[in-house]
Design a protein around this ligand. Structure first.
Ligand code: FAD
Length: 452
C-alpha cells in the first residue's frame, strides 16, 4: 500500500550516491554545524547511501581510477581518505609505483564511516525507492516514487548521478540473458562468464578496462575483443605532481579554449608524468572557463574533441592498465576500431554483432561499456514541462551556474537544484569525487540560506 508523507521535508535529496552523501556531510559540517541538526531531510534511493553506481560494486577487481590522495571528500583535508585507508584497509594489491589505488567498494565504506561519524543518519528519513516524477505543490514539491507513494519537500536537490547504462543500438528481437551484460558497473556478472568464451566489450574507456582486468583476474582463457570507435584505450595514471594552473581566456570561444589546451599540453607524450601534470593543471580552473563559454561553443568542442578529452582525462589505474597491456601482448585481447550497429542471435544461440565498417563478430558474451544512457527522472521532468531542456544537450536539463533548474519560461527555481555529474554539461568537469565535493560544499551554503 503506497504511503504518503504529509509533513513536508525541509529538503529532499533524490539519489543516494556519493553526491547525496557529500551534500549531507557538507550540510552537517558547514555553517558552524547548524542546519542539518534540526533534521527533517528526506533521501530517495534504493541503495546504500554514499555508494551509488560508482562505488556500489561487489567486485574486488574494480578499483578507484585515481590514487587515494585525490579522492577528496573534504576540500580542506585532502589526504583524509588516504589516511583513513591506511588505518582501515588491508589490501596489499592497492600499492603501485604511482600510489595507492584502492578497491571502489572500500571508498563506499569510507563514506559510510563519515556519515556515521558526523551523526547525520538520525536527521534523515530514507525512502528506498526510485523517484519517477516531480510536481509543484502548495508546500513546495511533491515527489512521486515508484510504489506510487509521495514525498513532500520544500526544497529538492536532484543528485541522480550517472544514468543507468543502456545499449547504444536498438535491441530488437533479442531476448536478454546473462550473456548480455547491459550494466557492468557492479561487477557481479564476471562470475557467470565461462572461462573459454569469446567476450566482446563495447566501448574503450575505464569501464572496459575494469571488465578486462576482472576477466584476467578470473583466469579467463577465451578471446576478448574491445570495439571502440577510435581504437584507443586510456593511458595509465602517472605519478604526476601539481603544477601552477594556466590562465584560461576571459571569454573563451571553442577556438581559444582549444588553443589554451594545446599550448599547455603541446604535442608531447601523454604517457609521461610531465604531460599529465600540465593536463591536470588545465583542470584546476576548467569549470569556470567552461561556464564562460556560450552553449554553442561548448557543443562544438564536445562534438569534435569530447572523446579525446575523456580519454586523456579518465586515465586507467595501474592494475587495470597492466592487465590490458599484458593481454594485448599475448594476443588474447584485440581492439577493433569501429562502432557496433546492432546485435542478433545466430542459429545455435551464439551472438552476432553487426559492425559499421568491418565484418560481423560472433561471440558468446557482450558487455556494454559504451557509457550510453539517459536519466529517466530528468527526461520525465522535461516531458512534464516542469523544467527546461538544455539548448544544445537536449536530453539534459537547463541549469544556472548556481545549479538551479530553469522553468520552461527560462526563469530559475529557487528551491530545485541539481548536483554532481548531472550538471557537467553546464559546469564543466564535475565528475570526480573531489570536484563533486567542492560543488556540494557550495550548494550546501545556498541551501543553508534557503532553509534558515
Ligand atoms: C563505474 C564508475 C566508476 C567511477 N570511479 C570513480 C573513481 O574511481 N574516482 C572518482 O573520483 N570518480 C569516479 N567515478 C565518477 C563518479 O561519477 C563520481 O565520483 C560520483 O561517484 C558520482 O556520484 P553520484 O552520487 O552523483 O552518482 P552515482 O554514483 O551514479 O549515484 C547516483 C545514485 O542515485 C540513484 N538514483 C538515480 N536516479 C534515481 C531516482 N530517480 N530516484 C532515486 N534514486 C536514483 C542511483 O541508483 C544511484 O544509486 C566513477 C563513475 C562510475 C560510473
Amino acid at each position: 500500500m503506497p504511503k504518503n508523507h504529509t509533513t513536508p521535508a525541509r529538503l529532499c535529496i533524490i539519489g543516494d550516491g556519493y553526491s547525496a552523501a557529500a551534500l549531507l556531510l557538507h550540510l552537517a559540517t558547514g555553517n558552524h554545524g547548524y542546519g542539518l541538526k534540526a533534521g527533517n531531510i528526506a533521501i530517495v534511493g534504493k541503495g546504500r547511501l554514499g555508494a551509488g553506481q560508482a562505488f556500489g560494486c561487489v567486485s574486488d577487481h574494480f578499483r578507484l581510477n585515481v590514487r587515494a590522495g585525490l579522492m577528496q571528500l573534504w576540500p580542506d583535508q585532502k589526504s583524509h581518505f588516504a589516511e583513513w585507508a591506511e588505518r582501515n584497509v588491508f589490501d596489499p594489491e592497492a600499492s603501485t609505483d604511482v600510489g595507492q589505488f584502492h578497491r571502489r567498494r572500500d571508498f563506499a565504506t569510507y563514506i559510510e564511516s563519515q556519515l556515521q561519524e558526523h551523526g547525520i543518519l538520525a536527521s534523515t528519513t530514507r525512502h528506498q525507492h526510485s523517484a519517477c516524477r516531480l510536481s509543484q505543490s502548495e508546500q513546495g514539491w511533491q515527489i512521486t516514487l515508484d510504489d506510487a507513494s509521495q514525498v513532500l519537500a520544500k526544497n529538492v536537490v536532484v543528485a541522480t548521478g550517472n544514468p543507468p547504462p543502456a545499449w547504444p543500438f536498438p535491441m530488437k528481437g533479442v531476448t536478454e540473458g546473462p550473456e548480455l551484460v547491459q550494466s557492468p558497473w557492479r561487477g557481479d556478472w564476471v562470475n557467470d562468464v565461462e572461462t573459454d568464451s569469446h567476450v566482446v566489450i563495447i566501448g574503450g574507456g575505464l569501464t572496459a578496462l575494469d571488465a578486462v582486468h576482472s576477466l584476467s583476474q578470473q583466469y579467463h582463457t577465451g578471446p576478448i575483443t574491445i570495439v571502440t570507435p577510435h581504437g584507443m584505450l586510456p593511458p595509465k595514471q602517472t605519478g604526476w605532481k601539481s603544477t601552477p594552473a594556466p590562465k584560461w581566456p576571459q571569454t573563451p570561444t571553442a577556438l581559444s579554449f582549444l588553443k589554451c589546451m594545446r599550448s599547455a599540453v603541446g604535442k608531447g607524450d601523454w604517457t609521461l608524468p610531465g604531460w599529465q601534470e600540465q593536463f591536470e593543471g588545465l583542470r584546476v580552473d576548467i569549470s569556470s572557463a567552461w561556464m564562460r563559454m556560450t552553449p554553442s561553443n561548448q557543443n562544438r568542442l564536445i562534438r569534435r574533441l569530447g572523446w579525446l578529452w575523456s580519454l586523456a582525462r579518465f586515465r586507467a589505474g595501474p592494475q587495470a592498465h597492466s592487465s590490458a597491456s599484458r593481454l594485448i601482448e599475448t594476443g588474447q585481447l584485440t581492439i577493433v576500431p569501429d562502432r557496433v550497429a546492432g546485435l542478433s542471435r545466430q542459429h545455435g544461440g551464439r551472438l552476432r554483432l553487426q559492425l559499421n565498417k568491418t565484418d560481423n563478430l560472433a561471440c558468446d558474451v557482450v558487455v556494454n561499456c559504451s557509457g550510453a544512457g539517459k536519466d529517466p527522472l530528468v527526461s520525465q521532468m522535461i516531458l512534464d514541462g516542469v523544467i527546461a531542456r538544455h539548448q544544445t544537450a537536449h536530453s539534459r536539463p537547463a541549469l544556472t551556474h548556481d545549479l538551479a533548474f530553469l522553468r520552461p519560461d527560462g526563469t530559475a527555481y529557487d528551491n530545485l537544484h541539481a548536483l554532481g555529474p548531472l550538471t557537467s554539461h553546464v559546469t564543466g568537469d564535475v565528475l570526480g569525487a573531489a570536484s563533486i565535493s567542492r560543488q556540494a560544499k557550495q550548494l550546501s551554503q545556498t541551501l543553508h540560506k534557503q532553509m534558515a
